[in-house]
Ligand binder design. Sequence first.
Ligand SMILES: [Zn+2]
Length: 266
Amino acid sequence: MTQKTCPVCELPVNPGITLCPQCGWDFPRVLGTPEVSGKLLQQKLEDAKAEWVKRGIQPVGELTSRFQGYDLILTWKWPKDAELVWICHRHDTFPTKQKDPKASVAVCTRREYERNLCWTLRNPQDKPHYFAVYAAKSATGPFSPAAQIMECMGQLAEINYRIVKRKRFILFGPVASLHISLKTKADICLQALILVGKRHSLPVSPGDGVILKEIQNVQFVRGKAVVPVPPEHWSRELVVRLFFAKPADAKNIRLLHGNTDKMRLG
Ligand SMILES: [Zn+2]
């Protein structure tokens, strides 16, 4: 799958996405003539970069996780000026903030990290781990926004999904509701998804169709979750598919769509 990089925060994201899940950069759609839009975009981009730098310390880059032997290992790239990170984790969903009372917290200094070139959680529980990593200049802060990653402990989580359509009357009449129903075994949380539609067949990649919706934080409860489809798309002759906004999220989780007929909108 091809990737692109957010021009503001430099997070790798899927092509075609319009909103960066890390910094909120609204990937520009072409407006007006090429020269005018080019100049406007350039200005917008410079402002957004300045704003991103002004937010203070940047989050760690290229956060990865793996389960090895009896250890869970995280690696990342240190942002400039950061001397330590707070590593917070929960088993049910991503920590909501740095001082989330339900999260376990560990601190790793740059010196410790450079000795091992990774951070290790020994004997982790056999459950999904949702990490939020906050970089800081010192123990008292300031802290960066969170970099997040989920580790399924070597197990690949599979999520099955399909369109569920309800008619006004049982078998006929206008569509009264249309959503995507998702099912999986564990109660996991998906951070950022995109819904892509293509005429007549399933999109093979995010760039192979049009993006209909960007979805943040899909939380499963008792193995189920629902993603509403905006009503303006209900009657369109499109076949839809979900993708991760951040390609790195596809490492642990597989999104399994229903057959083409189960993925048709109109
Ligand atoms: Zn960004």
